[in-house]
Design a protein around this ligand. Structure first.
Ligand code: HEC
Length: 136
């Protein structure tokens, strides 16, 4: 299966997301391009444990109420989410992906949790990463 949205759907999502901090006050931390690439990385390297729709499997869910609960309990930030993924995932091959695959897959996770795409690419230690709480 593919998680790649059609281009018209993507254009709609981008239009709906609007500028950073619109609507739900979630900042734009990644580009649409990164999230798209991240969907592919997720399908290949993460879905087998976390579920094709991030709904959980042998590993915890990465969106929805259960993930929100864990994120809150940990005080998860965009930076700490990145660190967990880049240093400990995939659990069978920690740090085994390329840096751009990690930034892409985290962009995809953020998108799946309602964060809007923007102009600036996602990067570890970018301004605001430590301050941005993950609130799915
Ligand atoms: C072989 C199975 C497996 C694969 C593949 C895998 N994970 Fe995990 N992941 C786990 C398990 C198990 C945990 C829970 C670890 C724990 O609670 O200590 C976890 C935890 C996590 C967490 C922390 C969740 C939380 O609520 O704290 C994140 C984020 C995560 N994985 C992302 C990813 C991403 C992104 C990928 C793909 C690059 C990936 N994982 C691939 C098994 C896997």
């Amino acid at each position: 299966m593919t998680l790649r949205p059609s281009l018209p759907a993507l254009a709609f999502l981008l239009a709906a997301a609007g500028p950073a901090h619109a609507q739900n006050d979630k900042p734009a931390l990644f580009t649409a391009q990164q999230a798209l690439a991240g969907a592919e990385v997720y399908a290949q390297s993460c879905a087998s444990c976390h579920g094709a729709a991030l709904e959980s499997g042998t590993a915890p869910a990465l969106k929805g109420a259960a993930f929100a609960e864990r994120a809150r309990a940990q005080g998860m930030t965009a930076q700490s989410l990145y660190d967990v993924v880049a240093f400990t995932m995939p659990q069978v091959d920690p740090a085994g992906l390329k840096p751009e695959q990690y930034t892409a897959v985290v962009a995809f996770l953020l998108q799946q949790n309602g964060y809007p795409a923007g102009a600036a690419p996602f990067a570890s230690h970018a301004p605001g990463m430590k301050e941005t709480r993950i609130t799915p």
